[in-house]
Write a protein that binds this ligand. Structure first.
Ligand SMILES: Cc1ncc(COP(=O)(O)O)c(C=O)c1O
Length: 382
């Protein structure tokens, strides 16, 4: 008899990001699919990491993360959201935002628990829930604004509801939560045992002067929340895979039990450099403006195509309808545009478990001007 794995995730295959990036390479296409910048990250931060490595910061730090970095994060949160966080008991440095979300869900969930997940949604949430034997309860965001239908949420809450997953600014749509959303959320969870896992990796990519409705602004929500962040998204270095999670002290104790036997601690030199670099407020406060410029430039260029862009108030992404071009299924359309026109995108149906196809594709605009220009020159011809 040979060893056999009974898959914990029988329905999971290769993600569409890998597929589309592979197709983009194969056909020499411009990749507006996967969410990463194609320009260099901050030079000063790169130099700082290299300097601290030379100085010998190359061994383990404590499993919670390098304390001066946690202190810098706590200071940043107080200045942004007027909430005091205890750097010792409420912050853990993680290898990226995705890991923080996985660890939070794994800390909370027992088999049979239900987790409310909005769709379209980031693709790691459902497998993270299922691997813990819990049940995703899926709710569609209202198309085409991609707003949360709170009446629908109330109907889906049951005695088994353990977590509501939030993501603002939102991937794939660029939708953001409003104060009214937070009011509804507070009302729904009060006097319940429901946790919130809030994916805020695009915290610093929010446009048009809209304030980011971080859970960190609301101490009564933070008590029942795990809030997840990514340095990769903030500092244009998605390959660093470094982030952090914030929760109440008692929740963080459980989070660290899972974390310490999975990763233990994260890359030391990056943490030491970031502890200093985080004090430079401009480096993160300027991001909204830089990314908004890219969004606006992309919108202007796309005006000459037959795509109809939807609204994007944040993130790296903007979605577009293509019904003036084709009535193909979005996957077929995205594959054909990559192969025949040399621009890779992501079909939004892949962000729905049931593959709901509103004939919408997602563009990533966190790219150099020239990249956006060349891509649109090609898209104009469709
Ligand atoms: C909504 C969302 N959450 C989390 C992540 C992942 O963050 P990290 O690379 O830090 O794991 C991404 C990356 O695309 C994302 O879009």
């Amino acid at each position: 008899m040979s060893p056999h794995i009974t898959s914990k995730l029988p329905n999971v295959g290769t993600t569409i990001f890998t597929v589309m990036s592979g197709l983009a390479n194969q056909h020499n296409a411009i990749n507006l699919g996967q969410g990463f910048p194609d320009y260099q990250m901050n030079e000063e931060l790169m130099n700082m990491v290299s300097e601290v490595m030379q100085k010998g910061w190359n061994q383990y730090v404590p499993m919670q993360g390098y304390m001066p970095l946690r202190e810098s994060i706590a200071e940043k949160i107080e200045s942004l959201y007027q909430t005091r966080i205890n750097a010792d008991t409420q912050i853990t440095i993680t290898p990226g935002g995705t890991y923080a979300i996985y660890t939070a869900l794994t800390s909370i969930l027992q088999p049979g628990d239900e987790v409310i997940i909005f769709e379209p949604g980031y693709d790691s949430y459902i497998p993270n829930v299922e691997i813990n034997g819990a049940v995703p309860v899926l709710i569609d965001l209202r198309f085409p604004e991609y707003k949360i239908d709170w009446t629908g949420v109330r109907k889906k809450i049951s005695r088994k509801t353990k977590v509501i997953m939030l993501n603002s600014p939102h991937n794939p749509t660029g939708a953001v939560l409003s104060e009214e959303d937070i009011r509804q959320l507070k009302d729904i969870v009060k006097d319940t045992g429901i946790f919130i896992v809030s994916d805020e990796v695009y915290e610093h990519l929010i446009f048009d002067g809209i304030p980011h409705q971080s859970i960190l602004r609301y101490p009564e929500l933070l008590e029942r929340s795990f809030v997840c962040f990514s340095f990769g998204k903030t500092y244009n270095c998605t390959g660093w895979k470094l982030g952090y999670c914030i929760s109440s002290p008692s929740s963080m104790t459980e989070f660290r039990k899972v974390h310490q036997f999975n990763c233990f601690c994260c890359h030391t030199p990056s943490q030491v450099a970031l502890a200093e670099f985080l004090k430079n407020k401009d480096a993160y406060l300027s991001l909204n403006g830089i990314m908004q410029e890219k969004r606006d430039y992309f919108i202007e260029l796309m005006g000459s195509t037959k795509f109809d862009l939807l609204n994007s108030s944040g993130s790296y992404f903007i979605c577009a309808k293509y019904n003036r071009i084709s009535d193909e299924a979005d996957k077929d359309f995205a594959i054909r545009v990559t192969k025949e026109h040399g621009v890779a995108t992501i079909p939004v149906s892949v962000f729905y478990k049931a593959g709901t196809d509103n004939k919408v594709i997602r563009f990533c605009f966190s790219k150099k001007k020239e990249t956006l220009e060349t891509a649109v020159e090609r898209l104009i011809k469709i």
